[in-house]
Design a protein around this ligand. Structure first.
Ligand code: AMP
Ligand code: MG
Length: 550
């Protein structure tokens, strides 16, 4: 695995006016539309989307934008800093040639079929051609009611919008597939939320994030027409998705039939989804709400809600208090619940095929695809070179050790590169464990059996590094560092900038974003951003506890 590393790109914006955005609205031009144009809440059948206008807000102000996404869209800094940018990306002004709409989809929520969900507060402006000639959909999250808002207001609060904006970009820089975020705009309107669902609703500042991705199609887009036995719409959506987002499969003459293309496409979805989950496990990300409507057909991380980052290693941890009882979406369950989600997609596709053997075979490949990638990732992370089956015992002892005393997952992994390789066994225990001490929440517990096991593991790890042949220490460290990030969006870091933004100072958002731009580099002077969770954050709402209220 080689995470994509990007320097902040040069400002190569060309557009000076947002009305010059080159819209090419393939989704709305190709797929069946709901004939009604309004936000009246309703069941929408036989249509992939509903046209709906964003609802204007009181006083839009841009709090932050991503210069990388702006460059991708050809927008220069002057455009992003202008008043029209805040107007357009809050939904107050719809640019020329945009065709605003909300998508219609369903989903399984926490294991139960929930029927029609749809974009209840996200309104897409349309698709624009990016600097590389690809299509990017621009979607405003929090832009007001749609036919899919059910009982809710179509809005989003500042705290959840800061979290979505920053995490989208942090994930991109980590090399984890994700939807992107162009902008974070405060609306000037208050939004009432009962943050912990405990009977204390209160007004909070509202915001809109402009999310950007080649496609926002979810597993649930296919499931809804599947559940309604609307095979015509299901087929139209599948054809659309393959033709537009997987053109090499669509034009593959060795697979001339529609059925063969569906199978090839589903295999790619299985593979990219498995790869995504390995990335989450690598960087310690817990999505929090892995419902099938939150599963991207492109294998992107999508819908940042009550997500969190593992700090002390605990496979049973979920940041989502709404899931505190079942812990369905806990860190360690992500590979299997995503497998279940992929199976729901397969169920939805089955009516398009004569037989299901090939679909089942592709689905069965999920476990192996995940397992192979996970093992290779672990071998890379440890500086071993290619994985061998005999590594399994050492890998499982590693996880067992992390649970033996409260250990920060990512600090341990990152610092391991600094543990000296000691093939002759000459170094004493203290010297071996010294680089790891920052990873322990209770360093005094690193004694007795825990210390003995840790040192024994380090010696075996070291011997395996030698066997793996990566004998040049600096090259080995470089490779390990490229897999084990120094900087992730720890929950308490996000909360610090949310507190500042809610108090009227948005500047820390951009400062944190700048740190997260180079997650694999040491950044002298910014060590604060790589510290383990401070004590104040242990029980603080927003750090260790988040509900779906957003
Ligand atoms: P999520 O769990 O955020 O993926 O949301 C699940 C469903 O609820 C989606 O259909 C969302 O569009 C919808 N939803 C969430 N929050 C709101 C809101 N404030 N207003 C309208 N719809 C919402
Ligand atoms: Mg969602």
């Amino acid at each position: 695995m080689s995470p994509v590393q990007l320097e902040s790109p040069p400002d190569r914006g060309e557009l000076h006016d947002l009305d010059e955005l080159s819209f090419d609205n393939r989704f709305t031009a190709s797929l069946p539309a709901d004939p009604e144009i309004s936000a009246r809440r309703r069941q929408v059948e036989g249509a992939a989307f509903s046209r709906v206008m964003p609802t204007p807000t009181a006083a839009p102000t841009t709090l932050c934008w991503s210069s990388e996404v702006a460059a991708l869209l050809g927008l220069d800094a002057a455009v992003c800093a202008g008043a029209d940018f805040a107007d357009v990306f809050s939904g107050n002004r719809v640019p020329q040639r945009a065709d605003p709409f909300a998508m219609c989809y369903g989903g399984h929520q926490f294991g139960n079929w929930a029927g029609q969900l749809g974009d209840g507060r996200a309104i897409a402006l349309g698709e624009v051609i990016d600097a590389a000639g690809g299509h990017q959909m621009l979607q405003l999250k929090g832009a007001g009611p749609t036919p899919y808002s059910r009982g809710a207001d179509g809005r989003a609060v500042l705290r959840s919008s800061v979290r979505e904006f920053l995490c989208s970009e942090a994930m991109f820089h980590l090399g984890v597939p994700t939807t992107r975020a162009l902008s974070l705009v405060a609306t000037g309107d208050a939004v009432v939320r009962d943050m912990l669902y405990d009977g204390h609703p209160a007004p909070e500042p509202g915001a809109v994030v402009c999310r950007v991705a080649p496609s926002f199609v979810r597993f649930g887009n296919f499931q809804l027409p599947g559940s309604r036995h609307d095979t015509a719409l299901l087929r139209a959506l599948v054809e659309y998705s393959i033709e537009r987002d997987f053109p090499s499969i669509w034009s593959d003459v060795t697979r001339p039939s529609f059925e063969a293309k569906v199978i090839a496409w589903f295999n790619v979805v299985v593979e990219s989804t498995a790869r995504l989950v390995v990335d989450w496990m690598r960087v310690g990300f817990v999505h929090g709400v892995l419902n099938t409507d939150n599963m991207s057909i492109l294998g992107l991380t999508i819908d940042y809600g009550p997500y969190g980052w593992l700090e002390s290693f605990d496979p049973g941890w979920t940041p989502n208090t709404t899931d505190a009882q079942m812990r369905r979406y806990r860190y360690g369950a992500q590979p299997s619940v995503v497998g279940w989600n992929v199976a729901q997609l397969a169920n939805a596709l089955a009516p398009l095929l004569d037989g299901t053997d090939e679909l089942q075979a592709a689905l069965d490949g999920y476990g192996a695809a995940y397992g192979h990638r996970f093992c290779s990732m672990m071998a890379e992370r440890f500086g071993w070179g290619p994985y061998r089956e005999s590594d399994d015992e050492l890998i499982s002892e590693f996880f067992s050790l992390l649970s033996a005393t409260e250990t920060d997952y990512l600090i341990f992994c990152r610092q391991l590169a600094l543990v000296p390789i000691d093939p002759s066994g000459a170094l004493d225990d203290e010297t071996l464990v010294a680089p790891l001490l920052d990873a322990y929440y209770q360093p005094e517990e690193l004694v007795g059996e825990v210390l003995v096991r840790t040192v024994a593991w380090l010696r075996r790890w070291s011997a395996r590094v030698v066997e793996g042949g990566l004998s040049d220490d600096s090259e080995r460290r470089r490779r390990m560092d490229a897999v084990n990030p120094r900087f992730v969006l720890r929950n308490w870091l996000a909360q610090e900038v949310i507190d500042a933004a809610e108090a009227g100072d948005p500047a820390p958002i951009a400062e944190l974003l700048d740190v997260l731009r180079r997650p694999y580099d040491e950044q002298p002077g910014r060590e604060h951003f790589a510290l383990r969770r401070p004590d104040w954050a242990r029980q603080r709402v927003g750090c260790s506890m988040l509900s779906c209220s957003s």
